[in-house]
Design a protein around this ligand. Structure first.
Ligand code: IMP
Ligand code: MG
Length: 180
């Protein structure tokens, strides 16, 4: 049963599962012999993070961070605030930042700065979804699940006003739902 607020399913549960496995296999190959630390950017990436870590056959560690971004229209655009910081030191570690969506790039642009200052050995970005058309900051992901056009999507961890994170698929919201 598709949720009544969803206009179109973009990626089914099966498509997500198979793509996440491919990305996990790629990371496993690229980091052979190493033990990367995966950093999940909460909250949108939590389901992707759970599936991705299980698709990586290495001695990974995990940590979590929460940030909020205030885009154009609310306060000064590009302002990002750390709501929850990492629990462990990242010095000398090979980091993989796990994000739900790379959109304007503001969040990751800021986060990369903060994390680089803590002297990790390396940092790469893994984003489930990439909306390159929307980019305003010079940020690219090293691993991308799916490149998508500029539409507002929900499900598989992604929300609109904190709803729809629990949908097992990724879908496009009906325009009426967010009043446009
Ligand atoms: P950026 O700083 O503009 O790259 O913002 C990225 C963040 O905005 C993502 O991590 C999401 O939390 C949120 N976001 C961007 N596009 C969407 C979308 O289509 N659906 C749900 N959240 C989105
Ligand atoms: Mg996010």
């Amino acid at each position: 049963m598709i949720h009544p607020d969803i206009e179109q399913v973009l990626y089914t549960e099966e498509q997500l599962r198979s793509r996440v496995r491919e990305v996990g296999a790629q990371i496993t190959a690229d980091y052979a012999g190493r033990a990367p630390m995966l950093i999940s950017v909460l909250r949108g990436s939590y389901i992707f993070m759970a599936d991705l870590t299980r698709a990586i056959d290495l001695d990974v560690t995990v940590d979590f961070m929460a940030v909020s971004s205030y885009g154009a229209g609310t306060t000064s655009s590009g302002q990002v605030e750390i709501k929850k910081d990492l629990s462990d030191s990242i010095e000398g570690k090979d980091l993989i930042i796990v994000e739900d969506i790379l959109d304007s790039g503001n969040t990751l642009y800021y986060l990369m700065d903060v994390l680089r200052a803590r002297k990790p050995a390396s940092i790469r970005i893994c984003a489930l979804m990439d909306k390159p058309e929307r980019r305003t900051k010079p940020i690219t992901a090293d691993y991308v699940g799916f490149t998508i056009p500029d539409a507002f999507i929900v499900g598989y961890g992604l929300d609109y006003a904190e709803k729809y994170r629990n949908l097992p698929y990724v879908g496009v919201l009906k325009p009426g739902v967010y009043g446009e």
